[in-house]
Design a protein around this ligand. Sequence first.
Ligand SMILES: *Cc1c(COP(=O)(O)O)cnc(C)c1O
Length: 418
Amino acid sequence: MQHPAITRIDPELARLIKAEEQLQADTLRLIPSENYVSTAVLEATGTVLQNKYSEGYPGKRYYEGQQNIDPVETLAIERAKAVFGADHANVQPYSGSPANLAVYLAFAEPGDTVLGMSLPMGGHLTHGWGVSATGKWFRGVQYGVTRETGLVDFDEVRDLARKERPKLIFCGGTAVPRTIDFAAFAEIAREVEAVLVADIAHIAGLVAGGAHPSPFPHADVVTTTTHKTLRGPRGAMILSDESHAKAVDKAVFPGLQGGPHNHTTAAIAVALHEASQLEFRAYAHQIVANAKALADELLGRGFDLVSGGTDNHLVLIDLTDKDVPGKVAAKALDRAGIVVNYNTVPYDPRKPFDPSGIRIGTPSLTSRGLTEQHMPTVAEWIDRGVKAARAGDEDALHRIRTEVRDLMSAYPAPGLPV
Ligand SMILES: *Cc1c(COP(=O)(O)O)cnc(C)c1O
């Protein structure tokens, strides 16, 4: 992209943006929560819509001059409802964490019990984990996965729900490599009269593209970010049926937020338009095909994968038997031009800031057009990178970096200059 005004006014910052463009072009980005948005989404985020204050909702604002903003938000709402098959959509949450906080505000009181997957087992901070406001102001009770299978144990979830009687039950997470059984969670939530919240932040693009089952009609409320597999701007949405709509809207505004970020709303509308196209279905299914192919290649190279593989976009590698801590591997891979994050694995014997695993995913490489045929190469790079990390072989990491840059230069990323 050209940024002539920034270059003129703030060359120091312009240099940093240019450098980031180069980094995103040259590297193999495997962080499963990241992506490359389209040029159209990027354009929408940089518009004068951001100059406008619009507290309230379309037709019910606290400021005048909403002639264009109201239809922008209405477009985003209607597209969200159509793409996800929801009765109601709130597109104003600033990001995924505030969206989840709004759900607490809507359906629970401080001190109430909430049930969610624990962070080290793959859940999100905002599902009641202790250091989060959701764990400080509410009583978080946590379920996990079984040691043998790496899968949610629904007997455990049901027992906890019966014993603790939570107001909210969260399903979904940030390091969940398998299909979420929304129906099984719904049965438990109904039995204990809890509100079932499906947090589909990671998989929203897969749901939209038909590559993961829909949380509807099972979940009462669905929260999602818009910037992960959905490939929109950084933002979030809360989807629900009619019966939960009023409480959700009141919680987002005036409960938690002030004015919505209208430029983001516009970019969400663009992303949802893209998500309703046929090509998006192909993209969503290709993400899963790539992840499965990559998982198979890694298993073939002797890597230990949590749950033995993947059903979605995400692969969680347990490096315990490779004798390299996750952080050492992640930092070495970064020097090799392969960007991942270190991550806890279930029952991790190491500390959260120095865990045993790395988490990888295929959304970004799929957006650049890589397919199953490239996954043997990607797995080989990861294998060589981890071995080089253990051996402290900087030359080997440098050689991988050159190979990565060569391949990626043939697959230009959406939104980046060619
Ligand atoms: C990413 C994520 C969030 C939080 O989103 P932010 O936009 O980073 O606040 C919430 N829940 C899940 C499951 C996530 O993966």
